[in-house]
Design a protein around this ligand. Structure first.
Ligand code: TXA
Ligand code: MG
Length: 309
């Protein structure tokens, strides 16, 4: 049985985590499936519960910059980004300190590590109380849509993990933006727009190049997959399709009637969950309206492309 904890129970969640149990917790991006990053057994449990290929490295969550410095080496750019955007939806891929004491399963044996300080107050409270770095991928079965509510977590992982702590719906709704600083690369578009990174650093942040030594494994094309077929850039629903609209475009669902990309990001995964369930129940498929390719729209389109692959 998976315990459904309330927001008053962060202390229990922290104790379970520190003791090696798997606990799903809210962050501002999506719900994470946490495990003590120092414990091989606990981290292995993440891969088992998610049914995830074990070559994907995990993001380590910390309560503040000082604790992140204990496990990763920050250069000037990393320091500037962390100071500007932490706590928040940004993960930094940096050299791993050899003495960090992190399970090699977390980094998939890489000499680098992804670190992040989440902004959600409950997440930070749990991380402070747990007193250990917490590895946390999104709290869904591998390949399924990312969870933005505790109910999503239970639908996928109920019975497979010790507990989920309920912090309501996630405010951002998209996974964190992942950046490496040496070389400076955007490894995954996400909840922090690329333009914000570039404004902070005063230089362009290129996407991943084939020749780069650092890659973001786990960026498999088919990811975030609903069960129903999806048609993108749809002007309107064809017969047999359930439409997810955006802005003025019509649809049974609408990511943001006002055409607001922040609202659309927050609604994206929950709406995919709902529309997918409706389509499955009625033997239909999904059509999604075009979403502008700027700001958070870049990350939204990235997730939609993967959902449709
Ligand atoms: O918003 C988020 O980032 C959420 C919440 C829970 O914090 N977490 C999340 O984790 O999205 P996950 O496991 O779904 O994404 C981890 C991705 C990996 O697939 C990989 O692309 C990248 O982070 N990554 C992790 N460690 C890396 C490393 N050492 N080098 C390159 N990429 C790395
Ligand atoms: Mg994920």
């Amino acid at each position: 049985m998976t315990k459904h904890l309330t927001r008053a129970q962060t202390d229990l969640a922290a104790r379970l985590l520190a003791g090696g149990d798997l606990v799903a917790f809210p962050t501002e991006t999506v719900y994470g499936l946490g495990a003590n990053a120092r414990s091989d057994t606990a981290v292995a449990g993440i891969f088992e519960a998610k049914g995830r290929p074990s070559f994907n490295p995990l993001i380590v969550h910390l309560p503040d910059l000082d604790s992140a410095r204990e496990i990763a080496v920050f250069d000037d750019a990393a320091h500037a980004l962390a100071s500007a955007f932490w706590p928040g939806p940004l993960s930094l891929v940096l050299p791993l300190r050899p003495d960090a004491g992190i399970s090699a399963l977390v980094t998939a044996g890489l000499p680098s590590i992804a670190v992040r300080v989440p902004a959600h107050e409950m997440a930070r409270d749990i991380l402070r109380r747990a007193g250990c770095p917490v590895a946390a991928p999104s709290a869904n079965l591998s390949g399924m849509i990312s969870p933005t509510t505790a109910a999503h977590v239970l639908a996928g992982l109920g019975g497979r993990i010790a507990a989920v702590i309920d912090g309501g719906p996630c405010a951002v709704g998209l996974e964190s933006t992942i950046v490496s600083t040496n070389p400076l690369r955007l490894l995954r578009p996400g909840g922090l727009p690329q333009s914000a990174l570039e404004a902070c650093l005063g230089e362009r942040v290129a996407g991943h190049a084939e020749t780069d030594p650092i890659t973001a494994p786990g960026q498999l094309l088919s990811h975030y997959a609903p069960r129903s077929a999806i048609r993108l850039e749809a002007g309107q629903a064809a017969p047999g399709e359930i439409m997810i609209g955006f802005g003025a475009s019509p649809g049974q669902f609408n990511l943001s009637p006002a055409g607001d990309l922040t609202e659309a990001a927050a609604n994206l995964f929950a709406m995919l969950h709902l529309a997918d369930a409706a389509a499955q129940a009625q033997g239909m498929s999904l059509a999604v309206a075009p979403v502008p390719q700027h700001g958070l729209g870049i990350a939204i389109n990235d997730r939609l492309k993967r959902a449709a692959a």
